[in-house]
Design a protein around this ligand. Structure first.
Ligand SMILES: [Zn+2]
Length: 82
């Protein structure tokens, strides 16, 4: 797993109270990733999940019905300084 670091502002945080992992809607490439990981009995950071600090977590969660590509495009427009 990646250390928790906000994908929007790159702030690192220590525990879930300061943010969290948001799982977005899976793309077909993500379904393939899951199958490969299962077959190989591997674990890794899911390509459809990202960490968000407390400041950006709620906004990210609102977009979790979108794929990560769509959600990140919206979030980056909303928080352009990153
Ligand atoms: Zn943040």
């Amino acid at each position: 797993m990646k250390p928790p670091m906000c994908t929007i502002c790159y702030k690192e945080f220590l525990d879930a109270e300061e943010g969290g992992l948001v799982y977005f809607k899976k793309r077909s490439s993500d379904e393939k990733w899951i199958n490969v990981m299962k077959e190989e009995s591997m674990q890794g950071h899911p390509p459809f999940a990202e960490w968000f600090c407390g400041e950006h977590y709620e906004a990210a969660k609102e977009l979790k019905e979108l794929t990560i590509d769509e959600a990140m495009k919206i979030l980056k427009e909303k928080y352009p300084k990153s």
